[in-house]
Write a protein that binds this ligand. Sequence first.
Ligand SMILES: Nc1ncnc2c1ncn2[C@@H]1O[C@H](COP(=O)(O)OP(=O)(O)O)[C@@H](O)[C@H]1O
Ligand SMILES: [Mg+2]
Length: 363
Amino acid sequence: MASSKTPSPSHAHAAQLVAARASKGITGARAICFFNNKGGVGKTTLVANLAAQLSLNLGLRILVVDADPQCNLTQYVLSDSEFDSTYGDLSASGTIYDVIHPLSIGKGYSKELPIRKIKKFGFDAIIGDPRLALKEDLLAQDWRDAKAGGTRGLRTTFLFSNLIERAAQDYDFIFFDMGPSLGAINRSILLSADHFVVPMSIDIFSLWAIKNIGQALNVWQGELANGIRLAEDPSELPKNRLKDKKLGFLGYVTQQHKEKSENKVTRVVEAYNTIKSKLPQAVASVLKGYFPSPSFNPHLGDIKHLASLAPKSQTLHTPMITVTLKGSYTLTRSQARQIYESIAERFFENLAALEYKQRSARN
Ligand SMILES: Nc1ncnc2c1ncn2[C@@H]1O[C@H](COP(=O)(O)OP(=O)(O)O)[C@@H](O)[C@H]1O
Ligand SMILES: [Mg+2]
């Protein structure tokens, strides 16, 4: 697909990024988590479709981890028969549960990562598992120990750092889709990732959610830094955590949630615009400390309501950019292609800005 088209700006950017890294001897994936403690804001759809854009169209190697016990991403990307055969009985194997379970019974990190290919989306995945919710308590308990520098607590908290470290050499990016909570699983992912993206809907609840995210991150990063300082056994820390790593904010994506019917269009647009105009200020007031420069533009793009293309792509288990149906889908598919192309382009711009800042801070 990629080879038949004129290279797009994001192609050029992706190639530059890979080349710039290689020239500095930097290898290994960047771990990006997509997080908002508010649900239904388009996280899963964004993760699956952006990952598909980067892998199918830009040739990047992507691993997607479904870390939401609701497993919506898994349901989206697996065929109905794959889904049924995996979750047909309660002892499903080859899921994220295999990563966390050995640790919870004191056997340390899992031996193999249960990675599988998702052909239609072009990426690899570690699929989700409803039983992940049962491990929330383990992570919560061990967090107390981690804050005090306890070996067991840090090992549990760094479960996802360990996963990233082991998969890093095989991928350009590792994406995490997450459930909508500020709970222990999500804390552990946020503290392990390199950067985060906040998908948000244009409503007042998102203004509130962004505040919660900012506050929680500040507290957790402070507590973890303390735990690392006090670590009983620093050799237990994953290698990618030895440096005092700070999570980078790659930006936010807005999502127009409701379809705008013609007769309601003026009122809806007015209401959206009022909230939309407040978002940049709300994001900056909470997350400015994460901006790599004062001119950083965290808005990665706006995803319009793509009508029935979204549910259609779910039932076909196919990314929106490759749904082949004609009729009204021709227009929405082409809109989806433009949207994801443009988000990918902004994603690389912001990634470059963040990593430039992080490198100069280190030197
Ligand atoms: N661009 C879009 N156009 C239309 N519907 C969408 C779009 N993005 C997401 N949706 C729908 O909105 C609902 C919530 O999206 P989802 O990605 O599951 O959000 P989250 O993961 O934040 O809960 C889903 O039913 C999805 O099909
Ligand atoms: Mg979701």
